[in-house]
Write a protein that binds this ligand. Structure first.
Ligand code: ZN
Length: 267
């Protein structure tokens, strides 16, 4: 059994908009119930506000963004730069998974430029894996469930891993029809526009997302704006061939045949 429910799990408020929101919007259009969660609360994303003020500002912004995306908001579990692969965070995240019961988990690339992203990806994978194990206790307590789930990893920042190697998606999602809504959701993170311009030299917050969507679109050789995904190995999650984005998104989903050919076929 697979539920028509999807959850996007990012590291920081605005990561979902950068890497995953186009696909989340299309799943919503396809009739999926959608959920929005960032493991961290954005507490370090400003030199202007103290952490307490910023947590509150960014929670408000993230809630507004989730509303624009039509997704149910889930509160964060940690401060920025404190996303560690540990039992405490795992107990919190598994509780969320057991509440939501997703058939699709969208999360970061296991290779990415910063550890909050890679640790969020690892936590999301194990949280999905642990959905049906009653001996793993969650906080708050939630009963284990029995359902299939497929985990998809987004493209990393800059489309490269942390060792500067280019990564190629296993599939492309055509996000053109929802691109404006995705930008609108990113705009909800008002505190971040100035901060990223200053701290990371991005000319424009919105332009950075635009550039990434265009770059992945060019990789697809078919779509103007796209998001790229790599599907997690199925063991412990779902049937080997399960690729639920394909039936859900139809023409807006394209498997990258070159990537598929590059895989060892016995996996
Ligand atoms: Zn981030």
């Amino acid at each position: 059994m697979r539920n028509r429910i999807a959850i996007a799990i990012g590291a920081h408020p605005d990561d979902i908009e950068f890497y995953m929101a186009g696909t989340l919007l299309l799943l919503k259009k396809a009739g999926y119930e959608t959920h929005y969660m960032t493991v961290a609360n954005g507490s370090c994303g400003s030199a202007k506000y103290n952490a307490a003020t910023l947590r509150s500002i960014r929670s408000t912004e993230a809630r507004a963004a989730a509303k624009i995306l039509g997704a149910q908001f889930k509160p964060s579990l940690a401060d920025d730069l404190e996303i560690f692969y540990n039992a405490e965070l795992l107990r919190g995240l598994v509780a969320v998974i057991r509440d939501v019961k997703p058939g699709i988990v969208l999360t970061h690339s296991p290779q990415d430029y910063m550890e909050d992203h890679t640790n969020s990806s690892r936590l999301a994978v194990t949280a999905a894996f642990t959905r049906g194990m009653p001996n793993f206790k969650t906080a708050p307590p939630r009963p284990a469930g029995d359902y299939e789930v497929t985990v998809y990893h987004a493209m990393p920042h800059g489309l490269c891993d942390q060792l500067r190697r280019r990564l190629v998606p296993g599939a492309f999602v055509n996000t053109a029809s929802v691109h404006k809504t995705q930008l609108k959701a990113l705009t909800a993170h008002k505190s971040q526009q100035h901060w990223l311009d200053v701290s990371q030299g991005l000319n424009s917050y919105l332009l950075a997302m635009e550039d990434m969507a265009l770059a992945v679109g060019r990789m697809s050789k078919r779509f103007k704006y796209a998001e790229g995904w790599r599907r997690h190995l199925h063991f412990g999650f779902c049937a080997p061939e399960a690729d639920p984005l394909a039936p859900a998104l139809g023409k807006n989903y394209m498997v990258n045949e070159a990537y598929e050919r590059s895989l060892q076929q016995d996996c």
